[in-house]
Design a protein around this ligand. Structure first.
Ligand SMILES: Cc1cc2nc3c(=O)[nH]c(=O)nc-3n(C[C@H](O)[C@H](O)[C@H](O)COP(=O)(O)O)c2cc1C
Length: 224
């Protein structure tokens, strides 16, 4: 295929109108069952499932289709241990004052603190990296566009794919996050963007009441 070629859109599926409504309603109920989970079981999860979810994230739209992301899927106990140790060290500073009172007050209803045992317990951590620039073929730098937006969309699709596969997730953003670059041995053009914890929830997992409160349609949408 030549770079400027186009091919027919031959994989679009049109559903009957009544099916569209029921499909969108069903998907809404599926997604309403997604919750950030902070108590994980150590039950193993097949790597093939994680691979499919990462491939799903990789189908995301991106500025000029440069796909400015990398997903480091971590299963190794020793790497997870390192991540937990470094994340907890940073989080202690955060909860002991660096966050500022307003942020700490806003986090209170979620009941989070500096202890992150799930970083070792959960079978998979997926560290997501954004690429400010990419490698062109001759080894020169290639400009990427709308990096933050593109990676954000890909992470949303990753979380949705993991949930759809039957896994619980947590979006975790240790602050600062740059230690992940070294732990995951990522190159200089990448920045740690987010850490996704994935696995089965622990039997006693809970969801904060605050997190269940989602804004209604009239609060988040307008139709013109
Ligand atoms: C960008 C981002 C960063 C987050 N960082 C953390 C985090 O570091 N630790 C944590 O426990 N939860 C974190 N969360 C999860 C939020 O607290 C959670 O999404 C919110 O309370 C709503 O709950 P829900 O995901 O169950 O709908 C983060 C979420 C987002 C989108």
């Amino acid at each position: 295929m030549q770079p400027h070629d186009h091919s027919p859109l031959d994989d679009f599926i049109e559903f009957p109108e009544q099916d569209m409504l029921s499909r969108s309603t069903d998907f809404l109920s599926t997604m309403r069952r997604r919750h950030s989970v902070r108590q994980f079981s150590d039950r193993p999860v097949d790597r093939a499932v994680i691979e499919n979810c990462i491939l799903t994230a990789g189908t995301a739209p991106s500025g000029a289709n440069h796909q400015p992301w990398h997903f480091a899927a971590i299963h190794s106990s020793s790497v997870k241990k390192k991540i937990r140790q470094q994340a907890e060290a940073h989080e202690r500073g955060f909860y002991e004052g660096r966050a500022g009172q307003q942020w700490l007050d806003d986090l209170k209803p979620l009941g989070t603190d500096a202890n992150k045992p799930y970083l070792e317990l959960a079978p998979w951590l997926i560290a997501v990296f954004s690429q400010k620039s990419g490698e062109a073929e001759a080894g020169e730098k290639r400009q990427n566009y709308y990096v933050h937006e593109s990676v954000g969309i890909a992470v949303g699709m990753l979380i949705t794919a993991l949930h759809n596969a039957g896994l619980a997730t947590l979006t975790h953003t240790p602050k600062p996050m740059n230690f992940l670059t070294e732990v995951c041995q990522r190159p200089d053009n990448e920045r740690a963007y987010m850490l996704i914890v994935a696995g089965y929830p622990a039997d006693n997992a809970t969801v904060p009441a605050h997190a269940r409160q989602k804004k209604g349609l009239d609060e988040i949408a307008s139709f013109l």
